[in-house]
Each structure stands twice: as structure tokens, then as C-alpha cells.
Design a protein around this ligand. Structure first.
Ligand code: MEV
Length: 312
């Protein structure tokens, strides 16, 4: 039996603008993960893959699923990359603790976990980069125009400075940064938020391009702050990025409420993270304020609060 896992992720700065070629910063979140297990199937035809996802209520042979089904798509893409030849039927079970449609990269993590597990089971040699590419193919199903940042940070499992079409730059981190991740409890598919920004961009590209440029400048500043371990500077960048995401109209009442609550309780900076319109927000906190900001987030309606560290 083979088992492989992949972490969730948060985007620190640059979501949405990254779809339009601007840089972005993202880090893995190992407190949540998706895992895939491959073992011999008790019955079935040679070359058969029985896909099981208790979370989705799915138990189906791969050949009975449409190739556009995300679990089928990553399985087919990985098998095509591995070309294992005839094999005894296998059972592939997928589980995840990453909330779906919440900005934490659940789709990418499931894809990466499946690709890793199949790669190990068949003795393949797919590296991070190839596994990231395979997951990227499936991201197109989740939302039409992915930048590739989600699959990249999840597959490489380390902080990245990312720009579409370029090799990801692993980030050196200059000091510990403590984050809280507050969940609005509102599921919001990334596809919808990306579509909303696309419509606004089509209607008024000059205004949107200018906003993307301002976000890009914040990302570059935040990269310096991360390198220097400068929490105040990173906090200010997060705050400004949230204001620009509000201008793009991808925040929500729930996200704004949690961001305000974190600010009022003494966070160094807070913003929505990921596609937005629901899902999660992040707050950069000092260790002294971590508990009080976490309490404030819950009082303001967060259905869950995770803690995560970005460390050298
Ligand atoms: C989703 O985590 C981040 C977005 O920028 C979409 C993407 O980059 O593909 C909203």
C-alpha cells in the first residue's frame, strides 16, 4: 500500500493579478492536507482503477467517469505520463482535510496527492515540476484560466515567488511570520471570482490593469519584507492588498468583517486570500496578539481559525 499527501496553501499577496501576468507570493499550509492511497483492488479488470472519495460520496471505476471529472482527469493524466503498461487493478482512495472552495488550494492538493501516490506505486520518476504540470492541466477544469500558482506552491511544498510562465522562485524567509487563517464558512468557487474579474477587465481594462500594477508593486515590496523578516512592512503590504482586492470586487461582507476584526484586535495586517467572495482570510500576528486576534475572528463569525508559521 502506498500513501502520499499534499498540503493546502495560502496566497500571501497577488491573487487575481497573477492571472494577468503579475507576480504573487504563496506558502504551503501543512496544518491541512489531501492524501491519496493506492492498494490492490479486491476485484476488477487488469488496468482498472477504482476511485474512492468518501468526502464526495464517490466509488467508481475510472472507466465509468467522464474524463472531465477532476479525480479522473488527474488519474488519466498521471497514468499517461507514467505509461506503466498492463497492471493489476488498483483502488485509489482520496481523503482531504482542506475545506473545498475556500481559497486553500484543495483542488490542487488533491491532484498533487493522487499524482504522487500513483508515481510511487508505479515506481515512476515524476519530479515536483512534472507533478505540478499535471495538476495544472486539471486546474483548467476547476477554473478556466488558472495562473498555475496553486499547483506550484502545493507541488513544491515551500514558499514561492511566482509569475505565470516562469520557473517558480523558492523564497528565502528572513524571520518567522505567524499567520491566522479565518474561515468565513462561505464556499466560493475560484472559477466564479476569476470570471467576475475577467468581466470587469473586459469592460474596463485600463482601470483593472492599473490595479494589477499596484498589486504587483506590493508583491515586490512584500518579497523584500519576507527576506528581511520585517513583519511591520509585510503587514502594511497585506492591508493595502486587501483594499485593492475590494476595488476588484472580490472581497465579501464576511471577509471584510473578519479583516476588520483582526485589525481591531491588533493584527499587523490582514486580507482575504485566494479567489475571495467567501472562503478564507489571513491575518499576520505577533505571538503576543495571536490568541486575542484568533478570539476576535471567532467572535466576528469565523467558523474555523487555523494557525500557521512561515519560517526561515
Ligand atoms: C486562486 O488561489 C488564485 C487566483 O489568483 C486564481 C489563479 O491564480 O489561478 C484567484
Amino acid at each position: 500500500m502506498i500513501s502520499a499527501c499534499a498540503p493546502g496553501k495560502i496566497i500571501l499577496l497577488g491573487e487575481h493579478a497573477v492571472v494577468y501576468g503579475r507576480p504573487a507570493l504563496a506558502v504551503p499550509v501543512r496544518q491541512v492536507q489531501a492524501c491519496a492511497r493506492v492498494e490492490a483492488a479486491p476485484s476488477g479488470r487488469a488496468g482498472g482503477v477504482l476511485l474512492i472519495s468518501p468526502d464526495l460520496g464517490l466509488a467508481s471505476w475510472l472507466s465509468d467517469l467522464p474524463s472531465s471529472h477532476p479525480l479522473a482527469a488527474i488519474t488519466l493524466a498521471t497514468l499517461a505520463a507514467l505509461t506503466p503498461g498492463p497492471f493489476a487493478p488498483v483502488r485509489l482512495t482520496v481523503t482531504s482535510t482542506i475545506p473545498v472552495a475556500s481559497g486553500l488550494g484543495s483542488g490542487a492538493a488533491v491532484s498533487v496527492a493522487i499524482a504522487r501516490a500513483l508515481n510511487q506505486h508505479f515506481g515512476g520518476e515524476l519530479g515536483h515540476s512534472r507533478i505540478s504540470q499535471l495538476a495544472f492541466e486539471v486546474e483548467h477544469i476547476h477554473h478556466g484560466t488558472p495562473s498555475g500558482i496553486d499547483n506550484t506552491v502545493v507541488a513544491f511544498d515551500r514558499p514561492v515567488f511566482f509569475r505565470r510562465g516562469e520557473a517558480p522562485e523558492p523564497m528565502a524567509i528572513g524571520g518567522p511570520f505567524h499567520f491566522l487563517i479565518g474561515d468565513t464558512g462561505v464556499a466560493a468557487p475560484t472559477a466564479e471570482a476569476v470570471r467576475r474579474v475577467r468581466q470587469r477587465w473586459q469592460a474596463d481594462s485600463a482601470v483593472l490593469e492599473a490595479a494589477f500594477d499596484r498589486i504587483a508593486a506590493l508583491v515586490l515590496d512584500a518579497r523584500q519584507a519576507l527576506l528581511q523578516g520585517n513583519v511591520d512592512r509585510l503587514g502594511a503590504d497585506l492591508r493595502h492588498n486587501h483594499a485593492l482586492l475590494q476595488e476588484l470586487d472580490v472581497s465579501s461582507t464576511g471577509l471584510d468583517r473578519l479583516v476588520q476584526a483582526a485589525d481591531a484586535a491588533g493584527a499587523l495586517g490582514a486580507k482575504m486570500s485566494g479567489g475571495g467572495m467567501g472562503g478564507n482570510m489571513i491575518a499576520l500576528v505577533s505571538t503576543e496578539r495571536r490568541q486575542s486576534v484568533s478570539d476576535a475572528l471567532r467572535q466576528a463569525g469565523a467558523v474555523g481559525v487555523l494557525q500557521t508559521e512561515v519560517e526561515p
